[in-house]
Design a protein around this ligand. Structure first.
Ligand code: AMP
Ligand code: MG
Length: 400
């Protein structure tokens, strides 16, 4: 049975980025660049003013000076007026630097008298000028293949005139729940039925990675129903099933997957929760069989599915960053398996403190709701004292 790290490596070695497509830059947030981007022109494109003020010759302002105002260049204007000796040209932020000018004096450092400007401070050559290419030189590779597109990258792409951008395709992920006890949300519950929350939860987790879920509904606990739905799921880029992979006699997922030619890579993992997690491949399509338990399904999604989907969408960094957090109370576990502990996180004095979210039984969904993070407790250790540091990964981008 693979360990947590081994299982994750097996999954990541089995998948590769899907193809690329071109999308509008304005719609590319969260996507991953499929090609590097080089600058077709420098940034800034021309020397321009960094302040609202006066374009001057620094040599005219060695001491207190009175300069005649001979022109005005607004933002969006052209640098048509030359700055001649003893003169200044009024200039707005972003406007091109006119010939003759080698410094800009901000309004607040001047006083104004009729058609003259009075300068008192010392003026340095080049001050308050943004020079052509000082940010990006023409031809510079500014973004590498594999870069996730955040607002900053969108800004860079737009500044370089890139209206369309090559990104990795979104993974289409088929999501299938299995089990005779399941009813869909909206149907009236009765004793013995369970609302199919996994399909919605897993679909939400898929969406959070930037991939696109395709809901296949529920496979009933018979071979034909499983085979029909799973065959449909294998047409997607990836398939996630939940339930039916433990030792129950109605647990048909493994048998049906094998029958459909899905090559099993592992069918259990040495973690808690999430032991009965299976993974296989068919013609490049990864198949994740997650436990039915809603808590285990979400935790194993985090541990194994999310990294794989991110890799398929071209990400280089596919795991959430681990941070160190101090335990506020004692924690015990059995030896042998990595445990994922649902914890609440508090930030005090810039440091993370982790407290158990409560009952860690996999049947308790409430503590999943109360968790900000999962603490990754190493396999061999059994007792963790209050004040000890553990690795945690945050489940969201911000704390609740
Ligand atoms: P199993 O893996 O089939 O033994 O299921 C484990 C537990 O998870 C059982 O209590 C199931 O009723 C529950 N379960 C299975 N599938 C779902 C689902 N789609 N939504 C919510 N709970 C489920
Ligand atoms: Mg079942």
């Amino acid at each position: 049975m693979p360990t947590y790290e081994e299982a994750r490596s097996i999954v990541l070695e089995s998948v590769a980025p899907l193809g690329a497509e071109r999308v509008e830059t304005g719609r590319a947030l969260g996507r991953t660049l499929a090609e590097k981007v080089a600058a077709p022109w420098p940034l800034p494109f021309c020397d321009n003013s960094a302040m609202d003020g006066y374009a001057v010759r620094a040599v005219d302002c060695r001491g207190p000076a009175r300069l005649k105002i001979t022109g005005y260049i607004p933002a969006g204007g052209t640098a048509s007026v030359e700055v001649t000796p003893g003169c200044a040209v009024k200039i707005m932020t972003g406007a091109p630097i006119p010939p003759g000018c080698d410094a800009v004096i901000p309004f607040e450092e001047t006083s104004f008298a009729e058609d003259h400007v009075v300068v008192n401070g010392r003026v340095m050559v080049g001050q308050h000028i943004r020079f052509r290419g000082e940010d990006v030189r023409e031809g510079d590779v500014v973004l590498q293949e594999g870069t996730p597109l955040r607002p900053a990258e969108i800004s860079m792409l737009a500044s370089l005139g890139k209206a369309f951008v090559p990104v990795y395709r979104k993974v289409r992920v088929a999501v299938l729940s299995t089990g005779d006890e399941l009813i869909e949300l909206g149907e009236p519950p009765s004793p013995g039925t369970i609302i199919n929350s996994n399909s919605l939860a897993v679909a939400a987790a898929v969406r959070e990675t930037g991939a696109v879920p395709v809901l296949l509904g529920i496979a009933r606990d018979d071979i034909a129903s499983h085979a029909g739905k799973i065959s449909e799921g294998l047409k997607a880029d990836a398939l996630i099933t939940t339930a039916g992979v433990s030792a129950g006699d109605r647990d048909l997922v493994r048998e049906v997957l094998a029958g459909l030619g899905v090559a099993s890579r592992f069918w259990r993992v040495d973690v808690k929760p999430g032991g009965p997690t299976a993974f296989g491949m068919k013609d490049g399509v990864p198949v994740f069989s997650l436990p039915g338990n809603p808590v285990s399904a979400l935790i194993t999604f985090e541990a194994f599915v999310r990294p794989a989907l991110l890799r398929m969408m071209g990400r280089k960094s596919v795991v959430r960053p681990l941070v160190k957090a101090t335990l506020t109370g004692e924690v015990r576990k059995k030896p042998g398996k990595v445990n994922f502990l649902r914890v609440g996180i508090e930030v005090r004095g810039g440091e993370f403190f982790a407290s158990s979210a409560g009952d860690q039984n996999t049947g308790i969904l409430r503590t999943m709701v109360l968790a900000d993070a999962l603490a990754v407790l190493p396999a061999d250790k059994t007792a963790f004292a209050a004040g000890e540091t553990v690795d945690v990964f945050l489940l969201g981008e911000t704390l609740r």
